[in-house]
Design a protein around this ligand. Structure first.
Ligand code: NAD
Ligand code: MG
Length: 360
């Protein structure tokens, strides 16, 4: 297994990346001295696929394991569902040595993590992410949260796990649309910090398509290493961590304007990255050929670069609400070349011009 370290002084931990590795989880927990009772939190989609493998693996190594199978969906990422996790923790008799094991995508990871952060002011938390988005993004960095009826991820905390254990073979059962949604964040990492990762994607996607054990291990490891480095420098998003929001300003506007019903997160981010790249070109910060390289990669993986049917006013409304505009401008993460970005205020006219002339 490949190992990526997230360095955060006393809260440091490792991300292990392998393929077909679920049956060595107990060994890794034991190495970390984690030996309490385990509550596995998962959902109705993931439990039949990987729940039994994990329960067998842990019980055969002497762990006492209970499981909680929640309904599937972002709608259930709520305080009401979190209350069910607390009930299950109490039912299973977990004490301070107890371990919350999140098996699933970002919804399960964020919510189980929030329960782990708050139960008895914090118990052990282990992530076994099973979507590409969760493996390259949501499981890394310690943001845990649930939604409030008035906004996504409004109730949350920073809480680092003890271990992130990634088995990329779990992606074999993930629908293609979900794979692409995760891949969008991988492209993002290339654009913001890593030209080699970007070239690797260009070469591999064109030559072989989005497939193969090595491909997924590589992109997950590279992505985790990039996010780990950024998070290590800025755990609580006070400065540099903001670059991870590249593509998310317009992306968020599009998602919110369509009530999170039309686009997967990564699809909206793909359109948002295209928008930010075009804005950067309009401002003379990046060359047109670099922007076209970004467009080509996004299109060749099968992600969208356009949307339709949403009025500018709707997107603008949500962009402003999200990013607390100063003097009417909005702070954008803008690429200056593939592999580097700057943070800069952008005036609404430039944003509108790009959205209406390049993204629709
Ligand atoms: P998700 O958790 O809803 O998973 C997507 C779908 O895939 C679900 O239906 C799920 O049941 C299913 N699934 C999961 N693993 C599977 C597998 N191996 N095979 C088949 N189906 C599988 O969505 P997501 O995209 O993983 O995560 C989105 C969530 O992550 C959002 O709530 C978002 O706010 C959060 N997020 C958090 C962070 C963070 O830093 N904490 C970062 C990004 C996103
Ligand atoms: Mg994102």
């Amino acid at each position: 297994m490949k190992k990526v370290k997230v360095s955060l002084t006393t809260r440091s931990y490792c991300i292990l990346v392998g393929s077909g590795t679920l049956n060595s989880l107990a060994e890794e927990l034991a190495k970390l001295g984690l030996k309490g009772k385990v509550l596995m939190v998962t959902n109705t989609t993931v439990e039949p696929l990987y729940g039994k493998i994990l329960i067998d693996e842990l019980t055969s190594s002497g762990y006492a394991v209970s499981s909680l199978v929640l309904p599937d969906g972002e709608n259930f990422k709520s305080l009401e569902t979190t209350a069910q996790i607390y009930d299950a923790i109490l039912e299973a008799g977990l004490d301070r040595q107890g371990i919350i094991l999140a098996l699933g995508g970002g919804v399960i990871g964020d919510m189980a993590g929030f329960a782990a952060a708050t139960y008895m002011r914090g118990i052990n938390f282990v992530q076994v992410p099973t979507t590409l988005l969760a493996q390259v993004d949501a499981s890394v960095g310690g943001k845990v949260a649930v939604n409030h009826p008035r906004g996504k991820n409004l109730i949350g905390s920073f809480y680092q796990p003890s271990l992130v254990f990634i088995d990329t073979a779990t992606l074999d059962t993930l629908p293609v649309r979900e794979i692409l949604s995760g891949l969008s964040e991988v492209i993002k990492y290339g654009i913001i910090t890593d030209p080699e990762l970007f070239s690797y994607l260009e070469v591999n996607v064109i030559a072989r398509g989005i497939r193969g054990k090595e491909f997924f291990i590589d992109i997950v490891e590279k992505s985790c290493a990039i996010k780990a480095k950024v998070v290590s420098r800025d755990e609580r998003e006070e400065n540099v961590r903001a670059i991870l929001n590249f593509g998310h300003t317009i992306g968020h506007g599009i998602e919110a304007a369509t009530h999170y019903q039309v686009f997967r997160h990564g699809e909206a981010v793909a359109i948002g990255m295209m928008g930010a790249a075009c804005i950067s070109r309009e401002m003379g910060l990046i060359s047109a050929p670099e922007v076209e390289r970004i467009r080509s990669l996004i299109i060749s993986v099968g992600l969208p670069v356009y949307f339709s049917g949403i009025a500018w006013e709707e997107i603008w409304y949500h962009m402003q609400a999200d990013k607390k505009a100063k003097d009417g401008n909005i702070n954008f993460i803008l690429p200056t070349s593939i592999g580097s970005v700057v943070i800069s205020p952008v005036d609404p006219h430039t944003i509108r011009k790009v959205v209406e002339s390049e993204l629709i």
